[in-house]
Design a protein around this ligand. Structure first.
Ligand SMILES: CC(C)(COP(=O)(O)OP(=O)(O)OC[C@H]1O[C@@H](n2cnc3c(N)ncnc32)[C@H](O)[C@@H]1OP(=O)(O)O)[C@@H](O)C(=O)NCCC(=O)NCCS
Length: 113
């Protein structure tokens, strides 16, 4: 199920659709997903206002995990923080090209479910 191609995952792309990352739920101009090796980074997520609190973000995260990827969220804000804690994310700061970055990680062991 894992794809070997790294880079941005676009809303409505084949991989995006597999994860439920579609433009009817998420604003494609303000939502940024990146695949790097065995991880998918949610660098920004923006759900259309009318679609909020319907579980789309939690479903997106669950789908990515079920596909075998570690999910990573840098510097989460507001309600995103609460969602990540509820879903069992752990803070594990990451040494990036830009220096140490606050990173919240769901399953950094990379095992498949
Ligand atoms: C944060 C955001 C991405 C969540 O997306 P979503 O699809 O609505 O999230 P879900 O429906 O999967 O989960 C929402 C959960 O957060 C809770 N929640 C939402 N807003 C909240 C708030 N202001 N205060 C407390 N809890 C809040 C809901 O009660 C729900 O929890 P529950 O499942 O226990 O009932 C969305 O609200 C959004 O796009 N916000 C604006 C942009 C933003 O802040 N992005 C995150 C930046 S890192």
């Amino acid at each position: 199920m894992r794809s070997e191609v790294d880079g941005q995952i676009l809303a409505d792309s084949k991989m995006g659709r597999r994860f439920g990352f579609t433009s009817d739920k998420f604003d494609p101009g303000a939502s940024w997903l990146w695949k790097v090796d065995g991880s998918v980074y949610l660098s920004m997520i923006w759900v259309h206002e009318a679609e909020r609190n319907k579980g789309h973000t939690q479903a997106l995260i669950s789908s990515i995990r079920k596909a075998g990827y570690t999910v990573k969220v840098p510097t989460p804000l507001g309600p995103m923080n609460l969602i990540l804690k509820k879903m069992g994310f752990k803070r594990k700061d990451e040494n990036t090209e830009m220096g140490i970055c606050e990173m919240w990680v769901l399953n950094d062991k990379g095992e498949k479910r």
